[in-house]
Structure formats: structure tokens, C-alpha cells
Write a protein that binds this ligand. Structure first.
Ligand code: CP
Ligand code: NVA
Length: 308
């Protein structure tokens, strides 16, 4: 495994399986690795708000015996107060690991280039690898295994989809994506993930028709239509995503009695997902949210500690 975790593309299928194995063990015995971060400090730089990512990392750091320093958007201003490369080279002298939530993916990349300690991407405009690892891990827990299972994603071609698609592809899942053409992930990215899927025995298909994507799906996944930082596009995006809501009618079109319903949260009820679907028995969104903790710990163990 590489020194940093910036995107899922850097991970092999066996790296992913390794992270899942550690997460499973830590879920059963949360304090079994309580000295991995002993005498170590983890820095968190968050340019955007967070509930799950920040708290799962901060709690996980303490479970692993370490401490954390949180730097919010007013503390460190990338490229405004000082260049990213200077921030990275300074903080590397104080801490043993970094978690970053940035607007620009280029900032997390530049930070990692100059950092002498491992860097974890806790969401950038391009990618959300910690979420994707959690999601596929959670599907595995619920369905016994993920190989050959069908995951339908309905919504925006965003950071969450980017990472989810690669992670599912590498773990031999069939991914069906429904998104409006205007808000699609770039064609090159989809075909690159398609190659990874083919190699593992999975597949990726893209449509603009949500009903087609959900047909026979084991899992239906969605995320917000307006991501953090896109607020100015809200009106235009609301119109573009009409017909893409995950509601009861769409879920019934899966033809499955109770497909798993997933969402990385926070959800915008009444927009990308109907309240009754989010609160339905098939919804596993809080088990998914819980698993952010176990996966965050597993990633840190993999990057910093011994992973036996
Ligand atoms: N899913 C997720 O990353 O949630 P937060 O934005 O609350 O961290
Ligand atoms: N796509 C969302 C995910 C939040 C966890 C965003 O970037 O705001």
C-alpha cells in the first residue's frame, strides 16, 4: 500500500481487502490496537464542515492511543496565509499523520507531495476514499460478500460516486450509474474504472434512466445533488436532477423485496432521497455511518502501525 490515501485508484484489491480485515477485527475489539498511535499526534485540516469524518477520525485516534489537533477553515487558509507546500513541510515536523478535507483535490495532492508523514484524504472535490471503503465494507457485512453484487447509484457524478465506483469495481461488483449527462463523471474516468472492474470480474454501466439502473439491484445508493462549495449552482442543479430522486416508486422498480438503501450522509430529504425511503427498514445509513469509525481506524493502522 502507498504511503498516503488520496484516492481509491492507488489501492489494489488486496489492499482494500486488508483494510476490511483490520476494520472487522477492530469492530469486534475496538481497543485491541490501543498503542498504534501512542505518543503520536494526528493533524486534521478541514476547509469544509464535517460530522462523520471529523468525529470518526478524532474518536478513532483516541482508540488507537493518540491525540489530535483540529484546524478549521479559519485556522489554516490554503494558499492565502501561506502556500500549501509550506503548511505541509511545517506540520510534518509536528505530527505523525494528517487528515485533510479540502475544496481543491490539487491541494491535498500538493500537501502529500511535500509532507513527510502519511496524508489521508477526508474528502476533496474529486474524491472521498474513506467513505467508499466504508460503503463497500458495509455492503459486505450486510450481504455476506460483495463479489458479483449489483450496486445502483442514482444522482450526481460527484466525489462520492468517483470513489465508490472505483472501490466497487476493484471488489468485483457490478455498478450501474444513473446520472444526468450534464453532471456525469468524465467519460475517461468511467472507462478507466471499467477496466478495473473487468479485471476483477465486475462491470460498470452508465445510463441517464434511474429505472434502468435500479433494475435487479442489491443496493441503491445516492448522495446530495449540491455538494459543499456548489451552493451557487443549486437552482440549476435542482432542475437538472428532476426524476432522479430515490423514492418508493423508484425503489419498487428494482423488483427486489428490500434492496439496501445507502447514503453517505448528510442527506437532503425531499431532494435526492425521500424521507420514507431514508427511514425505511432497508435503509442502512446509520450502520454505514458507524462503519466510518472502524474503517478510519483501519486506514490509520495500515498507514502508521503494524497491521497484523
Ligand atoms: N459522509 C461524510 O463524509 O459525512 P461528513 O461530511 O459529516 O463528514
Ligand atoms: N458530495 C458531498 C459529500 C458529503 C459527505 C459533498 O462533497 O458535499
Amino acid at each position: 500500500m502507498t504511503k498516503h490515501l488520496l484516492t481509491i485508484t492507488e489501492l489494489s484489491s488486496s489492499d482494500i481487502a486488508g483494510i476490511f480485515a483490520i476494520a472487522s477485527r477492530l469492530k469486534k475489539k475496538p481497543f485491541s490496537k490501543s498503542s498504534v498511535l501512542k505518543n503520536k499526534v494526528v493533524g486534521l485540516i478541514f476547509e469544509k464542515p464535517s460530522n462523520r469524518t471529523r468525529v470518526s477520525f478524532e474518536a478513532g485516534i483516541r482508540h488507537l492511543g493518540g491525540t489530535s489537533v483540529y484546524l478549521g477553515s479559519d485556522d489554516i487558509k490554503f494558499g492565502v496565509r501561506e502556500p500549501v507546500k509550506d503548511i505541509a513541510r511545517t506540520l510534518s515536523r509536528y505530527v505523525e499523520l494528517m487528515v485533510l478535507r479540502t475544496f481543491r483535490h490539487e491541494d491535498v495532492e500538493e500537501f502529500a507531495d511535500y509532507s513527510t508523514v502519511p496524508v489521508i484524504n477526508g474528502l476533496s472535490d474529486l474524491a472521498h476514499p474513506c467513505q467508499a471503503l466504508t460503503d463497500i465494507f458495509t455492503i459486505g457485512e450486510k450481504l455476506g460478500s460483495v463479489r458479483g453484487k449489483t450496486l445502483a447509484y442514482v444522482g450526481d457524478g460527484n466525489n462520492v460516486l468517483y470513489s465508490l465506483m472505483y472501490c466497487a469495481a476493484k471488489m468485483a461488483m457490478h455498478v450501474r450509474i444513473a446520472m444526468p449527462a450534464r453532471y456525469s463523471l468524465p467519460r475517461g474516468v468511467i472507462s478507466d474504472a471499467g477496466v478495473a472492474a473487468k479485471r476483477s470480474g465486475g462491470s460498470i454501466t452508465v445510463t441517464t434512466d434511474p429505472s434502468e439502473a435500479v433494475k435487479g439491484a442489491d443496493v441503491i445508493y445516492t448522495d446530495v445533488w449540491v455538494s459543499m462549495g456548489q451552493e451557487a449552482e443549486r437552482k440549476v442543479k435542482m432542475a437538472a436532477f428532476k426524476g432522479f430522486q430515490v423514492n418508493r416508486t423508484l425503489v419498487e422498480k428494482s423488483g427486489r423485496k428490500s434492496p439496501l438503501i445507502m447514503h453517505c450522509l448528510p442527506a437532503h430529504r425531499g431532494e435526492e432521497i425521500a424521507e420514507e425511503v431514508l427511514e425505511s427498514p432497508g435503509s442502512i445509513v446509520f450502520d454505514e455511518a458507524e462503519n466510518r469509525l472502524h474503517i478510519a481506524k483501519a486506514i490509520m493502522v495500515k498507514l502508521v502501525g503494524d497491521d497484523r
